[in-house]
Design a protein around this ligand. Sequence first.
Ligand SMILES: Nc1ncnc2c1ncn2[C@@H]1O[C@H](COP(=O)(O)OP(=O)(O)OP(=O)(O)O)[C@@H](O)[C@H]1O
Length: 649
Amino acid sequence: MDILLEQESNMNTLAALSTIAVSKTDSNHTAINKHVQTESVKRTPDVDDFKNAPAGAFNNLPPLEPVEIYFKDLSYSVQKMFSKTKKEILHKVSGTFPSGNLIAIMGPSGAGKSTLLNALSGYKQKGVSGAVYVNGRVRDLNEFKKSTSYITQDDSLQLLLTVYENMKIAADLKLGKFESDYNKKVRINNILTALGLFDHQLTITERLSGGQKKRLSVALELINNPTVLWLDEPTTGLDSFSCWQMITLLKQLAQQGRTVICTIHQPSAKLFERFDLVYVLAYGQCLYQGHSSKLVPFFQSVNLPCPMFHNPADYAIELASGEYGMDKVNTLCHSIANGESLAWFENPHKMMKMEQMRHKNPTPIKRSDFIEISEFYQFKVLMQRGLIKIKRDQTLTHLRIAVNIIVAALLGWLFIGSGNDGSRVLANYNLLFSILMHHMMTPMMLTILTFPTEKSTIIKENFNRWYTVKTYYLSTTVVDLPISIFCCLIFSIIIYVMTGWPMEVQRFSIFFIVSLLIVFVAETVGLIIGSCFNVINGTFIGPVFSVPCMMFAGFGVTLRDLPSYLKWGSYISYLRYGLEGYVGALFYKREQLECNVLYCHYRYPDKFLKEIAMEGDQFVTDIIALIITLVFLRFVCFFILKWRIVLNR
Ligand SMILES: Nc1ncnc2c1ncn2[C@@H]1O[C@H](COP(=O)(O)OP(=O)(O)OP(=O)(O)O)[C@@H](O)[C@H]1O
């Protein structure tokens, strides 16, 4: 009990601090703003400057335009697998979410809570029908999204960045260069203080507790002061105190004029009371909509009284899951008119009609302070973030370098000095194929394994307008270049020197360029597979896709011996161009090789080239073919990524 009282007092302190934030007449606040403006010209601040700053998270932001959301006959259906029929998940639900309220969407598992949240926020658009109104007008999703932020259930954070770095990157992406670094720091500091994360700003996000990660997710989205916050299960996985902290924080944000809507599983009685409005779903229908304190009277009104000392939220879930019979579910949904009825709001007669909303807001919702950031600036910031991640993810970076050194050294050792040995030409050919396998599998599997974990973050950040898919795609392509080139170069040098291939700049350059192109193509293939599949399916699809590529490379079966009806395969297999390029680089126009045994069948490299049906002089064509393949796959990859992230919503 004492602990709870203490927690409550902490929360009250937070609430008091937030009240300071919204008080526009507060002289302290004006003084601080002035101070900030004058100081920003003078010097660059450091962290200590902010230690004693007031905790008002949004004290220098323009006032919020209230956003009232009303939806009518909202349905959501999905295509059933292996069937032409559709499955309807939301059944023509209606509802009203007024501004300045903390709203809970409740219901048993599978009732459609996340689906409703996604449909209302625009996170899901395909399969949604019905109307969503914002301030009395049909929602213009593009404009509406400028005022909203969506916080996903899995926090989707950049785990390798510190709390401050995450905030700074978010501030740079959302505020661009229109705000000075000093102002961004002040804003970050205020938000972190209000959310109890100030003392953790130098902590790597990976090491934060579950509750702190959830608060950081909220903090990141508060940077541009959204008016509507959508949160999918913000309390899942948190202990009771962290839940309390989170809901209290959300309540404060709502009290500042925002519309805060979250899905929640089964809140405790204490948590339940904190919500202003509750929207209960049962089997995709609305079972209750109204003030949290009126839930019990509502049940009473339909002769389903909540048992004494029973948590009303628990009782609502029991009813919604059909524990007391489906007839009760239908009665309740009917009584609330599937969300149309406003009878159980705190002051139903004060609820605004659509015309009144339009009258109150004569122009459609438009964020006056919205900042459009240039794609070039976004690219720069994403590059910065990518570089920090590479620097921090030392295990992966070191592993990539180490794997290339170790594999090159092992292969080099196995084939040491064989580069000029007429009796080991076939061994050299096998080695080239092994090198090809290494350059194909390592980057492809690495991308297949790492990209899917990034996907949810990209989807969330892109939806919240942090950056476009194009800028993300370009930045990931560029940021990885130095490490890929370095790994490939070190591999090529080790293997080339150890094997004793001819020390000629031209031969080595072709060998290196072909290797690099294979690495880039394999990375792109990995990215395509990673964009389409999850890690498990991707790790299966990757090697399966590689087998035909190997088959058509001309290694096991020479290109000459391929049946005519399968010839096409050799044109689309990028490994064929790789192998041909390698063979050309190392065997074309070579002098006769050394022979220290009785007989060397391939002492003359031309004879070998003839036998494997490769001309050897085609390396320029091979390099061009690899470049065309790379460019083509890069475009394909971009469109798949765009489709997965934006178009498939
Ligand atoms: N793309 C889809 N294809 C098939 N069924 C789907 C799809 N999306 C959602 N569903 C189904 O719709 C129902 C509602 O899903 P939703 O995730 O909204 O439930 P929820 O109430 O949020 O559940 P939980 O609390 O467990 O997360 C579930 O039965 C789910 O299986």
